[in-house]
Ligand binder design. Structure first.
Ligand code: CP
Length: 354
């Protein structure tokens, strides 16, 4: 990347010319993005990341470019950078998480931000504090971004509407609704196989109805020109999904036939109590992915799973651990680079102000 075709991002704020020069001279703390990248100007205007639905193709492509730069920096051991060194990111996870919470924390630290992990169980939420009041309290303490996971669909949108310009809201999963960074890291991982997404067949298997991962992936991948097929028990596939351009199958085989990518979803075992799954044995017999079944896909098919995996239920142990086919480990690793890119694109504009 030549100096003429790129912009050192710290130079966006001319107020801090001393810092600019220091950071421009110090390539080890610098993140340089092409200044003519379509989509960057839209990201500069964007305050929150709530879903993939409202991202433009150009914004997605810009994010993927920045994620590649972040992955390169990360893999060369150049992090932590200083681009968000004046920023504070708060993790508010009202639901359990291993991958999303950890990778948001690592991503924020790698960009130089401070991270506050609120322990919800020990917080005043237990005394009845609302999610809005919790977030507002943190904003009053100077938090710049709230990464929120909550079981209530629409909770991230509600928070963003309430707090408007006071803070960046990043949706880390809201109920059944959306999990945008998961879909973005899935896309990034698919593209790393060398395949473009346009015209590819992507099959999503399992509990579509209760899956925020499925929803965010459908919005995102369709936008990029993928052909989406789903299969799952009829009780776990929303009616009229076909009106959104998705091809719905009850059986697994036609859904995965000639597929380029297959995304297996976590079976939410608690749904068994609601009578939505006949039995785990029946689910495995009809929908579990294994080496034999994926022979119906394209020979170079790649299998994804957002995690956590119910080993042996959605996917066999052999398949999930077969790194020639399974992208599961890559997805987890790419979560850091993609979340670095999201935090950077949303937050950097103001980061030199402090
Ligand atoms: N994929 C995903 O959201 O995993 P966690 O629940 O571990 O964050």
């Amino acid at each position: 990347m030549s100096d003429a075709s790129s912009t050192a991002l710290e130079s966006k704020n001319p107020k801090n010319s001393k810092d600019q020069n220091r950071m421009s001279d110090d390539k080890d703390t610098n993140l340089t993005v092409p200044d003519n990248l379509p989509g960057i100007s839209s990201w500069k205007k964007r305050r929150h990341l709530l879903d993939t639905k409202d991202l433009s193709v150009e914004e997605v492509e810009a994010l993927i470019t920045v994620a590649k730069l972040c992955k390169d920096i990360h893999s060369k051991g150049r992090a932590p950078l200083t681009v968000l060194s004046h920023k504070v990111v708060a993790n508010l996870f009202y639901e359990n998480s291993t991958r999303t919470r950890s990778s948001f924390e690592l991503a924020a630290r790698k960009l130089g931000a401070s991270v506050l992990n609120l322990d919800i169980r020990m917080s005043s939420v237990a005394k009845g504090e609302t999610i809005e009041d919790t977030a507002r309290t943190l904003v009053s303490m100077g938090v710049d971004a709230v990464v929120q996971r909550h079981s209530s669909s629409g909770s991230a949108h509600k928070l963003a509407e309430l707090l408007k310009d006071e803070v960046h809201v990043l949706n880390a999963g809201d109920g059944w609704n959306a999990h945008p960074t998961q879909a973005l890291l899935d896309l990034f991982s698919m593209q790393e196989t060398g395949k473009s997404i346009k015209g590819r067949k992507v099959a999503i298997i399992g509990d579509i109805t209760h899956s925020r991962v499925a929803r965010s992936n459908i919005w995102l991948l369709q936008k990029l020109g993928a052909e989406i097929h789903v299969a799952g028990p009829p009780t776990l596939v929303p009616v009229q999904l076909d009106t959104f351009g998705v091809t719905v199958h009850e059986r697994l085989d036609p859904a995965i036939k000639d597929a380029d990518f297959v995304i297996a979803l976590r079976l939410q075992l608690e749904r068994q109590d609601e009578g939505l799954i006949p039995s785990i044995g029946e689910y495995k017999r009809l929908y579990r992915l294994d080496h034999e079944r994926i022979k119906r896909c394209k020979p170079d098919v790649r299998v994804l799973h957002p995690g956590p995996v119910n080993r042996g239920i959605e996917i066999t142990d052999d398949l999930v651990d077969d790194n020639k086919v399974s992208l599961v480990n890559l997805q987890v690793a790419n979560g850091i680079a993609v979340r670095m890119a999201v935090l950077y694109l949303l937050m950097f504009d103001e980061s030199d102000e402090g």
